[in-house]
Design a protein around this ligand. Structure first.
Ligand SMILES: C[S@@+](CC[C@H](N)C(=O)[O-])C[C@H]1O[C@@H](n2cnc3c(N)ncnc32)[C@H](O)[C@@H]1O
Length: 274
């Protein structure tokens, strides 16, 4: 897979030489190229921004400079996908990472200042190119470089061969189960008066699996009720439903709903079938 990252601070992306992504780069699993946007400027000052039309604070990145850069790195690759990090984008999730990991060429355009002139996304969409404007979360950073690091790492680790043991990707948070991962422990078995749960020493795989799933359900219910509400009820077993009922969730109209959210007078939630 090829990923081009364009930025006015290419050194920011040096972290991508480290760890598993760096290894994937060196082994050729990931063809990662970092470019300086200023290489596509045409003036002596290597200007990439200008004042916003309509007034207001800050500067906006010029579309002509970005257009030259993107044309150059995207080329006429019909598979090329332009990714523009922006806090006003759809939120980047593990689903995006999984989809991107099946692609052949991403171009990540890192904005700065007040962002990139809106015509850049518009122009490439109009030309039939794939364009995604994505946010890494509900906060504002100074530039798109950190977002690019997040996306490249999230995508890169899903490429076959990058993570040594692909099994370790299966039960992770935000995976196919739609749950957060259960708590994990290692040696020593007792530390600072804290012992690991006994079941993990039992060697009884079915019991360990059940314990882990219960903890994953509890943790998800406590920390990410939005994920519980999005669970596919068909993928839950009787034990899951009983635990979720104890945690205050019941099935209503094929979806999980918080029992406390039931409108008054609608009676108690449907009991979970034994
Ligand atoms: C200061 S921000 C621009 C914010 C923009 N004026 C707004 O309010 O939507 C500058 C650049 O940082 C990047 N950026 C900031 N926050 C981000 C986020 N949450 N997700 C992805 N990129 C972000 C984008 O590349 C953006 O163009």
């Amino acid at each position: 897979m090829r990923i081009d990252v364009v930025s006015i601070f290419p050194d920011y992306l040096a972290a991508l030489d480290l760890s598993l992504v760096g290894k994937a780069r060196r082994s050729g699993l990931l063809d990662l190229r970092v470019h300086d946007l200023r290489d596509w400027t045409a003036d002596r000052h290597r200007t990439v921004d200008d004042t916003p039309f309509g007034g207001g604070a800050g500067m906006v990145m010029r579309p002509d400079v970005w257009g030259a850069a993107i044309d150059s790195v995207l080329g006429d690759d019909p598979e090329g996908h332009l990714v523009i990090p922006t806090p006003s984008g759809e939120v980047f999730t593990q689903r995006h990472a999984e989809a991107f990991a099946t692609e052949t060429h991403l171009v990540v355009a890192c904005g700065r200042y007040e962002g990139i002139d809106a015509r850049v996304a518009e122009r490439y969409r109009a030309a039939g190119r794939r364009v995604s404007e994505l946010s890494i979360g509900d906060y504002v950073l100074n530039g798109g470089e950190v977002a690019a690091l997040v996306m490249v790492e999230a995508v890169g680790r899903l490429l076959p061969g990058v993570v040594g043991n692909p099994e370790s990707l299966v039960e992770e948070s935000h995976g196919a189960a739609g749950l957060l991962e259960y708590p994990v422990y290692t040696k020593p078995p007792a530390w600072e008066g804290l012992e690991i749960p006994e079941v993990l020493l039992s060697g009884h795989h079915a019991k360990i699996d059940r314990w882990r799933r219960d903890r994953a359900l509890e943790r998800t219910a406590a920390r990410r009720p939005d994920m519980v509400a999005a669970l596919d009820v068909a993928g839950l077993d009787k034990h899951d439903l009983r635990l979720l009922a104890e945690l205050g969730w019941h099935v209503d109209g094929g979806r999980l709903r918080r029992t406390s959210d039931a409108p008054e007078g609608t009676g108690s939630p449907a009991p979970v079938a034994e």
